[in-house]
Design a protein. Structure first.
Length: 137
């Protein structure tokens, strides 16, 4: 990952975090934006950005997305335990149980506010997208 120029531990100022995904530059967004005690992580799919591959299994996609989110949060000076809000977008309601099995492991003790939406995603191989908001206390 590459990041902005600001100190990741600083509580003041805006900091941009990138995974190096070509989608970020193409669409004009950051993987995460940290501003003061807040960190907003963009919708994240299951791509392995180093290899630009996507697992077929929705559970594996959710796991990969959460690893990417965790890395972005860490780079911005946050932890998964700082997550206060998540949104899950799945392309088929039948994926709910597989995604919940993964998110339950990651967020079972953290228990952020959450919403799950069934909707289409921009590429056919994408089955789940996860967005997170963190607040550092």
């Amino acid at each position: 990952m590459t990041a902005g120029t600001e100190d990741p531990q600083a509580c003041a100022g805006r900091r941009l975090v990138s995974t190096g995904s070509p989608f970020e530059r193409q669409a004009g967004y950051s993987r995460a934006v940290a501003d003061g005690p807040w960190c907003f992580v963009s919708g994240t799919t299951g791509y392995d950005y180093a290899a630009m591959t996507m697992p077929d299994d929705v559970g594996e996609q959710a796991e990969s997305a959460l690893r990417t989110i965790e890395a972005a949060l860490r780079e911005a000076g946050f932890a998964m335990s700082d997550v206060v809000r998540v949104r899950y977008i799945i392309t088929d309601a039948a994926f709910q149980d597989a995604v919940f099995a993964v998110t339950g492991r990651w967020f079972g003790e953290i228990r952020p506010a959450a919403t799950m939406i069934v909707a289409g995603l921009i590429r056919p191989e994408m089955k789940v997208e996860i967005e997170a908001t963190a607040f550092r206390r």
